[in-house]
Design a protein. Sequence first.
Length: 95
Amino acid sequence: MFVFRLIALTSLVFALMMMGADIISTMEMGGGVVVRSLSQVMMLFGFDASNIIQAILPQSAVGFGMMLIDWPGWLTLGVFGLLLTNLTRPRRYYS
């Protein structure tokens, strides 16, 4: 359970960092809004996620996978982190 909570926290931290990078890039552009998708961020590191998604996922799920990596990077990681945080939170039992 600890490992999943650590992954969730790391995902949320990366989402906040990516949101901050988009805000800074927007301020540098002087009026143009900059929002990088997860695929653009992964491409900065030399990883083309669209080819991997098309090769691994079944044909019926490729559209959903492509939609996820086309969302803003901070949104994708943030939603994943929040879902994982809620799924792995400690349960409190009151008697």
